[in-house]
Design a protein around this ligand. Structure first.
Ligand SMILES: [Mn+2]
Length: 509
């Protein structure tokens, strides 16, 4: 395998460069890995090249080869069960899950690469221009997984770094076969010939890769058998329930974001730029190991908080204003999603405090309600009713003994849903209805808000107040567990942390 010589990492270089930073255990592990065999570099972190990230047998941090194999088996089982239930005559099934391709902002300048999460969930493969093809008979136990990875290309690898070559895919990802992408079309055709009554599972609507999409369309065009369906909902049904390893990753993602919020709150002071708070939260997440923020954060000072999707983040936040920050990070593929609203000078005004108390009380009540495992839509109705009642008590909604009226009035002030599923994607598993009951293993957000604009018809002193409080909640048999519990939200604590920045400013003066 002379072709690989140029990407074999020099073990002495690795040892030399990590000696100063690594614990003895990690150093020995690296040395052990080097003693056994000088392994070549892959297109993504591997246990031998990144022992600080990955343990033995892990394809991605904390998720082992066996877990990926188990996910694929469950997908195959679900597809076959569905086909049988629908009296399909399919004797064989072919499931095609493509990766994403690289996207460019201009010429050769790429956007940060983000993998198709359904593909990542099933393979652990983080590389672009790859594809998984799973074939199964009507029993499913003997299914076969072929992973297509990018063809070897010395020149491209010199520029972009190593790729995981097809022959290494079975060992690294635990698939049955590794093949070059250039063979994909041929492989699909040969499956068609070899496997009678073949049913195709491929998502035509959300095709993440144009070249692969073209290959699949060509196949279907030539095929006499036109049965096909999307496997997306089956994958989402699996992704909805988080495994032990996934819960650990989600917990870490929430811990990192929570700490970043505390640092950002204590960094805030009157006159600060929204961009500075954005940079602070980004830095504090990445410095703790998150790869990236999970979405463009909302950093909305003053009245801008009433614009739900405000992401310009280019204004200043002045004394007596609040700032609403909706941010989360992605940690080894798992997203957190937190919102806090705090007074920039560390002290709520009376009106701000009144509204904040309502949102906070309602948010806590909704989290408690999760113990009864309502659907997310039912939780939304609860939010409207609870907000309506509290706003009525405050005299901001007229007295009418009608619940529908209350809920409508509250919906005017909180025009977004109270929750979504959370996981690898921020709006996770979007094909799953919000009308199903919560179950152990699901992770959801709980995020009521109140946004009072000039058009609300409410008293002037409340205009421009926008408050949302959002936590990430794991449903367990013993009730809800708030994964983002380390992020403060009680009034005293928020005021205390948010006043740190101002105190430091006055000391420096
Ligand atoms: Mn959210």
């Amino acid at each position: 395998m002379a072709l690989h010589t140029f990407i074999i990492p020099d073990p002495f270089y690795i040892l030399g460069s990590t000696k100063k930073f690594c614990s003895k255990a990690v150093q020995n592990k690296i040395k052990g890995a080097c003693d056994v065999n000088i392994k070549k570099a892959f297109g993504q972190p591997a246990p031998h090249s990144h022992p600080h990230l990955l343990g033995d047998d892990e394809v991605t941090p904390l998720i082992k080869k066996q877990e990926y194999q188990c996910r694929r088996q469950k997908l195959v089982d679900a597809v076959i069960k569905h086909a049988k239930k629908n009296c399909s005559h399919a004797e064989n099934h072919m499931i095609i899950i493509p990766s994403t391709s690289k996207k460019y902002m201009s010429d050769k300048i790429p956007y940060v690469f983000r993998q198709n999460t359904d593909f990542l969930y099933l393979t652990g493969c983080q590389e672009p221009d790859t594809c998984a093809v799973i074939t199964a008979g009507s029993h499913g136990s003997n299914h076969r997984v072929a992973l297509f990875t990018r063809d070897k290309d010395d020149h491209a690898e010199l520029w972009d770094g190593p790729r995981t070559h097809p022959e290494d895919a079975p060992g690294f990802f635990g698939v049955d076969q590794g093949l070059p992408m250039s063979d994909l079309s041929k492989y699909i055709s040969s499956c068609k010939k070899a496997l009678p009554h073949l049913s195709l599972w491929y998502d035509f609507e959300a095709a993440p890769h144009q070249d692969i999409h073209k290959i699949v369309c060509d196949y279907l065009h030539d095929s006499s058998n036109k049965t096909f369906d999307s496997p997306r909902n089956f994958i989402h049904k699996l992704r909805l329930y988080k495994s032990t390893a996934e819960v650990a990753l989600m917990q870490r993602s929430c811990d990192i974001a929570s700490k970043a919020f505390i640092e950002t709150m204590s960094y805030s002071r009157p006159g600060i730029g929204e961009n500075q708070l954005f940079a602070k939260v980004d830095y504090e997440c990445r410095v703790r190991g998150a790869e990236i923020l999970a979405y463009p954060p909302v950093v909305a000072g003053g009245t801008r908080a009433t614009t739900i999707h405000y992401i310009n983040n280019n204004q200043l936040v002045f004394n007596n204003e609040m700032v609403l920050v909706d941010a989360g990070c992605e940690y080894h593929g798992y997203s957190s999603d937190i919102t806090r609203t705090w007074p920039i000078n560390g002290r709520f005004t009376n009106q701000q405090r009144e509204i904040y108390e309502i949102v906070l009380d309602v948010q806590k009540e909704l989290i408690d309600l999760c113990a009864k495992r309502p659907s997310l839509d039912a939780l939304f109705e609860c939010m409207c009713l609870l907000l309506g009642k509290r706003l009525q008590e405050l005299g901001l909604i007229g007295i009418q003994p009608n619940n529908n009226y209350l809920m409508q009035a509250a919906y005017q002030l909180c025009p977004h849903h109270v929750s979504h599923y959370l996981g690898m994607d921020v709006h996770d598993t979007p094909t799953i209805s919000r009308n199903i009951k919560l179950e152990p293993g699901m992770i959801v957000t709980v995020e009521p808000g109140i946004y009072i604009t000039e058009k609300s018809g409410l008293p002037k002193e409340y205009h421009g107040i926008g408050i949302r409080i959002e936590d990430d909640v794991l449903i367990t048999v013993n009730g809800p567990v708030v994964l983002s519990r380390k992020c403060p939200k009680d009034i005293c604590e928020v005021e205390q942390i948010a006043s740190v920045g101002l105190e430091q400013c006055s000391k420096n003066v």
